[in-house]
Design a protein around this ligand. Structure first.
Ligand code: UDP
Length: 194
């Protein structure tokens, strides 16, 4: 795998299809894998906040989520970097999950939006085993949320709590959750809700 560093963020140079292929492998693995979709805002955030460095180092893949990253790559002489957004990853992995019987958990967004997203996904893929929980909770609710996710035993956990909170959540709880593939997807759950 080749990696392209932009302002010290190691972006994968995989195409979207290659990222999906790696993600479906991760989803069947025993150990947890983390994918970050990083746009310009996240890259700038990482410059100011050194606590994000271990997350960047620990991620299995960091994809360029935004035309700003693609243009920066071009400036560095890498003309064919493909944009890979959280919503594209989520949509394609949901299709893969329906075909491969992966269980998917959607954590994030408002209660209404999360519910609507679950219904929309179930309408699209009736055979898919999918569950979810809204993203508005405090520290006292955290243990029960972790337990809900663990009990569901998802292959894939999509976390839409906004960046970088969703990345911190995944990093902090990756061992406790022991989900094979975890991805921060920003506002994707709202988009799935329609
Ligand atoms: N969100 C959440 N809990 C919070 C704050 C935000 O679940 O405490 C959700 C919010 O409802 C939205 C998503 O996180 O669905 C953030 O989307 P946004 O597009 O702002 O995030 P970005 O893509 O910029 O990371």
């Amino acid at each position: 795998e080749t990696v392209l560093c932009i302002l010290n963020v190691p972006f994968t140079t995989y195409t979207e299809n290659e990222v999906i292929a790696r993600c479906t492998d991760y989803a069947m693995d025993q150990k947890p894998h983390v994918v970050i979709t990083a746009g310009p805002e996240f890259v700038m955030h990482a410059q100011r906040d050194p606590t994000l460095l271990p997350l960047l180092e620990g991620a299995d893949l960091i994809t360029p989520d935004g035309i700003g990253i693609v243009l920066a790559a071009r400036f560095h002489g890498h003309s064919d970097l493909e944009r890979v957004t959280g919503v594209a990853l989520a949509e394609k992995l949901l299709a893969q999950s329906a075909a491969r019987n992966f269980r998917v958990f959607l954590l994030g967004a408002s209660p209404e939006s999360n519910e609507k997203a679950l219904n929309a996904v179930r309408a699209l893929y009736p055979e898919l085993v999918v569950s979810g929980r809204n993203g508005y909770f405090d520290a006292t609710e955290l243990p029960s949320i972790l337990e809900q996710i663990r009990n569901f035993e998802p292959h894939i956990l999509l976390v839409g709590l906004g960046q970088p909170r969703q990345e911190r959540f995944i990093w902090e709880h990756r061992d406790a959750l022991s989900v094979p593939l975890m991805i921060g997807v920003g506002g994707t759950i709202d988009i799935l809700a329609g």
